[in-house]
Structures are given as C-alpha cells and as structure tokens.
Design a protein around this ligand. Sequence first.
Ligand code: ARG
Ligand code: ZN
Length: 507
Amino acid sequence: MSAPRLAVALVVVLALAGCSSEAPFSTPSTAQPSTTSGALPTTTPSAGTVTSTPGETSIAGGMPIVGSSSIGDPYFPALGSGGFDVDHYLLDLYIDVDEGWISGTTTITADATSTLLAFSLDLIGLEVSSITVDGLPADFTRSDTDILIEPGLPIPTGERFVVAVTYEGSPEPVLVPWFGLVSGWQNRSGATFVVAEPDAARGWFPGNDHPSDKATFTLRYTVDDPYLAIGNGVLTSTLPGDGVTTYVWEMDDPMTTYLATVVTGNYVRIDREGPGGVPLRDFIPADFEGGADEVPAAFDRVGEMIEVFSDTFGPYPFDVYGHAIVDGYPGALETQTTVIIGSSIVDSPFLGEIVVAHELAHMWFGDSVSPATWQDIWLNEGFATFGEWVWIEHADGPEAMLATVEGTHASMSRTPHPAPGDPGVPELFGDSVYLRGGLTLHALRAEVGDDLFFEALRAYYGRFAGGTAATADFIAVAEEVSNRDLTAFFDAWLYSTELPDLPTIPE
Ligand code: ARG
Ligand code: ZN
C-alpha cells in the first residue's frame, strides 16, 4: 500500500470512530417542518454536500471525505446522501405476497462526485445481511434512517462503483399524520403495493432517496404462482421457476426513487393501442367488482388525454402507460408509467376520469420533470391540477373549465392556507399546493396570454424533461419566453399567503 493510501486508511478509522450503530449519524427520521422563509433556494442541493470540513467538498482528486448522510432537502433533511450520483438501480427481490415479506439484493451503480472514504444510503427497517462494493465485502453500520458503508479503499472522484445490498424483512407502512394516509409498503389480502411519495422508498429498498438523484431502474421481481408482479416501464421477460415466476421490468428513462413501485396480486393485464405508438397496459385485480375483462370507464379516454397533453405540454415522456388498480387505498400515485389508483377512485363517476387525467399529467410534471427539492412540490401538484383543467377545457369546453377554476378560486378565498411556494411539510399535499398551484398557472396564462403561456410551458418541459427543476427554473423560463419581469406576479401567487384576485383570460 502506498503512503497516501495508508494515510487515507487512517482517516477512515478516525472518521468512522464516532459512528457506532447506536449513535445515529444523521438527522432524526421525523420530518421537521421547515423554518425557511419564502426565499427561493438559489442552488439545487448537490450531491457534493459533506459532513467533513467545507474545504474538502468535491475537489476533483481532492481530499477523501465521508459522504454526507443528507442531500440537503429543506423539508426532509434525513433524505438523500452526498458524494455520489446514482446511475442505475437493480432491484432483485423475492416478494412473499401473503406474508408481506421481501428478500433479495438491490444493486446500485453510482458515480463518485467526491473521493469517498465512506458513504451513506437511505434505508429504514429490514435486515441487511451483507454489502459489497465493486464485488468486495464492505463494512457497514446502521442508524434509524441510513446505512454508512465503508469500502475497503476510498473511491476516487469521478469513478463509477457498484454497491450491492442484500437484505430481507417485512417493509413497514408509514402512517403520515400530516397527510392523513398510510404511505410506503402496503399489504392486502393476496396483494401488496407501494406508494412511496415523498419519503418511503427507503422503507423497501436502499438508495439515494431524493428526487434530485434520478436513475434508470431494472426491477426483477419473483412471486409465487399465480401472482403477478407489476413494476414500472416495460416487462421485458417473464421467467418461470419452481412454483414461482420472475418478472423483469425495465425503466430506461430516469426515475425518482419515490416513483419506483411493485404491485403484486392476482391481476389481469389488458393491452390497448395508445396514440403515437405508446402502448397502454392496465392491470385490473382479477376480482375487480366492475369485471376484469375490460378497462373501467374511467380509463376509456386515456389515449385522447395523451394526445391533448402531448399537444399542450410536449411529447409523452415514456415508452408505455397504464394503471394498476389497488384495493383499499383512497388515493392515487403517479408511479412512473404504471399509475397506482385505488378501486374506490376508479369506480367514482365524479372522481375517476379527473384523477386519471391528473395522474397522466404528472408523467410530464413530477415524473419527467421532477422537483429539485420537496419545497418545489407545487411544480408537481399545481401542474397536475392545471392538467385536469386542460382536460376539462378539451372535454367539456372553455366555460366548464372557467367555472371549475372560478369555483376553485372562490373556495380557496374562504380557506386560510400557506403560500404554495413554501407550504411546509404538513401542507405538502394540501389544497394550496394543488389548487392554488393550479390557479397560479391559470393566472399566468391570463397574465401573458395563451400563446406565450403555452410556449413557456412547452419550453419548461422541453428543457427539464428527464431531469429536475426548481421553482426558480420555471420562473426563469416564463420570464424568458414572455420577455417580462414576473417577480411581483410570482411573489404574490407563490410566496405570500394572501390569495391574489383571479385575472380574466383575455378574449
Ligand atoms: N402525488 C399524489 C397525487 O397527487 C398524492 C400523494 C400520494 N402519496 C402517497 N404516499 N400516496 O396524485
Ligand atoms: Zn398529484
């Protein structure tokens, strides 16, 4: 071993001396409401955040560091890690559907953005039996929310490395009090599914659980026959085994961790032709009340919706689309290309089609263009709500859309609410983010006129598709396209609690 490597090895020992498995080295798992003001973050948290001294940050070939156990999200400081950037996840899991138990290996291919003595992955619960880095066994310690991994030798800046984590256990659902729903992994009789937004992906696979680190995914799920295991993207192989079948799904487009999913159970797959060569495949529970031999009425117009949104926002971002209906979940999640939607929503004549439009709009906004931080959540939900209105305008006409928008404004004016640009954790999925977020886009449309507004929307999507964007990025595109200073407009709509009046769209 050369002298520098020896020195490095000594630093590893010193750096890790303070980290025992009893002493959490990261922030507590409980989400702390932010105390940040309405000021926009000027930079996106980078993977270069460090726990060691500032001078050691991301210098190419610089001093080795222990990668931070936080990526620096203002709302969820425990999420994410610094010092590397994930390129690909391979989840190879056996799922015991009846027991709600999983076992297998998650293999992460990542690029070091600093020279790493050690680095963290997010993981809550589950039993980790072994970890390798580039095929060699690595030491690790765990806290409530992270695994700290020490490869035998430091990983140089810029180097690609492969971490394989072998684990098993029963993933726990998380009751999110401020959300009013159970999140994360869910077990039902003869079925499982996972809805991980915002912070529950770490409850079923280790990773860099923050939307700013997107990666491609291979999802290799093994279940007992006759269950089906549904993932994101394209089902590329179905491998029969001894009483089990392995389903391999490829998600070739970058995806955030919270959008990765697995749905298991007795499912019927229905394929349809979509517009522009986008195949539609939906997964209906075999015992679905409305019958599993055709798609429910709520899905009937999905092809037309894809056309309308492609015309309005830009080309559909992914290779395929569809839904997996689940029982006993009173909501939906825009899980990339395979939307999870509760059967009660699908069955509702009032909600079904509009929630379907909302989740589809998320493929552009949320999934393809993902939020840089959780404070930017209105870039997901406000845009998806605006997508509902785009659909209403197409399906029922401009008057129907305007009536919906005006009704929304009237109801928001009666309800005190936080500013959508900084809603805080308890209101992350509150009406301000969804409804006032949508109203913000409608007001911008009125402010700059249809031509410039829709040009700005398409420019924003075009520029950030496949990546992440912060609110400041959207504002910059809107100002650039309209050639106007929109500071006062966005301050009023996004960063002050008082609801501005609804401007009228010029004829
Ligand atoms: N993003 C979802 C939607 O608006 C709502 C949040 C779902 N999160 C969850 N854990 N179920 O469609
Ligand atoms: Zn939504």
